[in-house]
Design a protein around this ligand. Structure first.
Ligand code: ARG
Length: 474
């Protein structure tokens, strides 16, 4: 007999059981579900809705059920549909009819919304922590490469030289915003929907704030219809996750390029690469490629959730059961990628000489020749045209700017003097970009100091919030 079987005269079709059950994936929520039930039942006793002895028996039973599930000793069945009813059934098997009092003043609709929030807030803290580790690895590479110069690209054409540290810091900044978004979303996730009942609240004199406090929420989701029917916090997470993996995917693409023989700028550690079953010489950047590939499913989960929600009338609809797999999948995909990225970046060998060669044998100092002429009062547009002529000449002669003699230079413009050779050296070109956020070494060092400070702030955030979500586990 189903827990809700009272008004039915026939058993459910087996295919229906199979099709509608969520236990195969929502069993992941078991421990959160039980945490929520413990808080709920304590509140029921405190508000004198059920006797204290009954609450104690239920609590004891729930703890046993939690242990059994944890140890893999509990039988979770499709016939009991989802984690909520499986737990309730196991509880009743454990403590008898008194277990049936647990669901007083509660519905699976507020219960599932609660479980989702408990799971997500927990995972958000882990994600932020993993992100800070990736930032830490990028900072380590930045520190080691404050004198490493490589071409900066636009249109994947060599443009102007930059410090490799500067390039690493660009990603540190992107991940900083990801940390900011994920940690900011925590406060919207961390609200208790419990007490909303099926949709309208409950007739029992419950204390929603008491439950919220017990579970370390920052407050309640007030409107009961909203509390059970919105999953905007899931969408927000999927959206933030999409941005984060988009950043990871761009970095992946660069690692793939840089590891190729054509670039030969970095060598990823053997531990983070794989070989070919046929070609003995191959060493492939599979992790980076796979992160780039998995970005597709993370975007897919976002679009899937948005689409599932768009036509739903409030309040709960069974469609909403589809909120889970995408969220779990995105969470695991992102955690997996971040956990690999930190050590992969940290152990990557940076081929400074190859990077430098790519800068030296190139015209990426051409802007600086134009700027030089501008400093001698030639209008920029004219300077641009002159340098265009110089570059064309060099291309025809198969040489670079620094190969020109002073006489050659002066045949294009009388304004050029011998100091041009210092000005056009890659190091000078880099250090000339001495503006806030520019690639000059001192400016990159400034960025690094500020990033380190903000990383410390993130670490403090993690400590405080870890404490918040862990209280229940003690
Ligand atoms: N398994 C369901 C879900 O994940 C739980 C809520 C079911 N509520 C209901 N009224 N059928 O959404």
């Amino acid at each position: 007999m189903k827990l809700w079987g009272g008004r039915f005269t026939k058993p459910t079709n087996e295919l229906v059981d199979e099709y509608t059950a969520s236990i195969s994936f929502d069993k992941k929520l078991a421990q959160y579900d039980i945490q929520g039930s413990l808080a709920h039942v304590e509140m029921l006793a405190k508000c004198e809705i059920i006797p204290v002895e009954d609450a104690e028996a239920i609590k004891k039973g729930l703890k046993i059920v939690a242990e059994k599930i944890e140890a893999g000793e509990a039988e979770l069945t499709e016939a009991n549909e989802d984690i909520h009813m499986n737990v309730e059934k196991l509880l009743i098997d454990e403590v008898g009819a008194v277990g049936g009092k647990l669901h007083t003043g509660r519905s699976r609709n507020d219960q599932v919304a609660l479980d989702m929030r408990l799971y997500l807030r927990d995972s958000l803290v882990t994600l932020v922590e993993l992100l800070t580790k990736v930032q830490g690895a990028l900072l380590t590479q930045a520190k080691a490469n404050l004198d490493t110069i490589l071409p900066g690209y636009t249109h994947l054409q060599r443009a102007q030289p930059v410090l490799f540290a500067h390039h690493m810091m660009a990603y540190v900044s992107m991940f900083e915003r990801d940390v900011e978004r994920l940690s900011d979303s925590f406060k919207r996730v961390n609200r208790s929907p419990l007490g909303a009942g099926a949709l309208a609240g409950t007739t029992f004199p419950i204390d929603r704030h008491d439950v919220a406090e017990k579970l370390n929420f920052d407050g309640v989701v007030e409107n009961s219809l909203d509390a059970v029917s919105d999953r905007d916090f899931v969408v927000e997470f999927l959206s933030n996750a999409s941005l984060t993996i988009m950043h990871l995917s761009r970095l992946s693409e660069e690692l793939v390029q840089w590891s190729s023989a054509e670039f030969n700028f970095v060598e990823l550690d053997d531990a983070f690469c794989t070989g070919s079953s046929m070609m003995p010489q191959k060493k492939n950047p599979d992790v980076a490629e796979l992160v780039r590939g998995k970005t597709g499913r993370v975007y897919g989960n976002l679009i899937g959730m948005l689409t599932t929600l768009k036509g739903l009338p409030i309040a709960y609809n069974k469609d909403m059961q589809e909120d889970k797999e995408g969220m779990f999948d995105t969470m695991e995909t992102l955690k997996g990628a971040l956990a690999l990225f930190a050590p992969m970046i940290e152990t990557m060998e940076v081929k400074k000489d190859n990077m430098y060669a790519a800068v030296a044998d190139d015209f990426s100092n051409a802007t600086d020749l134009a700027d030089y002429l501008v400093n001698k009062d030639l209008p920029f547009r004219e300077a641009h045209a002159v340098v265009g002529q110089v570059v064309l000449h060099c291309i025809q002669e198969n040489i670079y700017l620094l190969d020109l003699s002073l006489t050659d230079f002066q045949s294009f413009s009388e304004l050029i003097d011998a100091d041009i050779y210092d000005i056009l050296s890659p190091k000078a070109v880099v250090n000339a970009r001495d503006v806030v956020g520019g690639t000059a070494k001192n400016r990159v060092q400034d960025q690094m100091v500020q990033a380190e400070n903000r990383l410390q702030e993130s670490k403090t955030w993690i400590e405080i919030h870890e404490e918040k979500v862990n209280v229940l586990k003690k």
